[in-house]
Design a protein around this ligand. Structure first.
Ligand SMILES: [Zn+2]
Length: 308
């Protein structure tokens, strides 16, 4: 750090060209609610966009800590990408109201609702919000299926092209590159997980159903009795019995979930707790969506193999 400062100072002192950077075309300011959506926006927008995520990689997408700085960020945004299907219901609407930005109003080209192109799973037939379930419109954790990531990436490319038509060809090329990369990776991930087809897994929240279905795993239980409801002793007793009966070997836990509860269940079932995440950046070396998925598949393979 010190060396760089001194060099910069020295360069300035002798009149070397270290001054203002060459002017760049104004970049679109893109705001994503979560880091996974932000990663897709970076892949598609490339140099034409500046992307910020509101939620931290280690934050629960349902319960993000809303800050005044989020209002400023949303006020200056050209494009907003949200997961939709009520994923952000608990925190985004009041921020948007305060931000007063018509460019990202519902229905505007600058507003991307990722769930719109997705075939939602687990859509409830009847629903009672008073019970605290947070998956009212179906399971909103669909981006963990890489084929859904392709659908959302295409939607992002479409909206960015409408907001900045001059860069449409760039977005189209970036989308093609992203799709090619995902297709190659899906083949790789399928190969890595193929030996574990039908393996029974347990998750804390209902957040890995789309992944399980894509790669042939089976989520037999969640530690939460309902999405967003804390585990109760009676529910956990049922989970333990089911895990023993069906020989489930792993419990998936994200950084913001209660690992101690998972450890207690693991001790009584001989299972292993796997630290995983859905958000890029939650672990070192997982800054992009693909890196995050690589990490996830690697962790699953080692857990299902019984490595410690
Ligand atoms: Zn959820």
């Amino acid at each position: 750090m010190k060396t760089i400062t001194l060099l910069t100072f020295a360069a300035a002192a002798i009149g070397a060209p270290s001054g203002p950077k060459a002017p760049v075309a104004a970049r679109l300011s893109v705001v994503a609610t979560t880091p996974d959506l932000a990663s897709l926006a970076r892949a598609i927008g490339g140099d034409a966009v500046d992307v910020k995520a509101l939620a931290k990689p280690t934050e629960d997408s349902h319960f993000v800590d809303a800050k005044p700085s989020h209002i400023v960020t949303l006020n200056r945004a050209d494009v907003l990408i949200e997961g939709g299907a009520e994923l952000e219901l608990g925190w985004l609407p009041p921020l948007l109201e305060s931000a007063r930005n018509s460019k990202i109003a519902a229905g505007a080209p600058g507003r991307v609702v990722a769930s719109h192109g997705i075939t939602m799973k687990e859509v409830p037939v009847t629903f009672d919000r008073s019970k605290g379930d947070v998956h009212a419109l179906g399971n909103p954790h669909f981006l963990i299926d890489p084929l859904n990531a392709k659908i959302v990436a295409a939607d992002i490319a479409d909206h960015l092209s409408r907001v900045a038509p001059a860069s449409a060809s760039v977005f189209k090329a970036n989308l093609q590159a992203f799709n090619t990369a995902i297709d190659a990776k899906v083949a790789e991930w399928q190969k890595q997980l193929a030996p574990f087809e039908g393996a029974k897994i347990v998750t804390y929240h209902k957040d890995f159903g789309y992944l399980a279905e894509r790669f042939g795993l089976e989520v037999i239980e969640t530690l939460e009795p309902k999405p967003g409801i804390a585990p109760s002793p009676s529910h956990l007793a049922r989970v333990i019995a089911t895990m023993r009966a069906q020989n489930a070997k792993v419990i998936l836990v994200q950084p913001y979930q209660n690992r101690k509860t998972a450890e207690t269940v693991a001790r009584q079932t001989g299972a292993t707790v796997l630290d995983i995440a859905q958000q890029p950046g939650a672990f070192k070396g997982t800054d992009s969506y693909i890196e995050l998925m690589d990490h996830l598949v690697r962790t699953l393979v080692s857990g299902l193999q019984g490595d410690k």
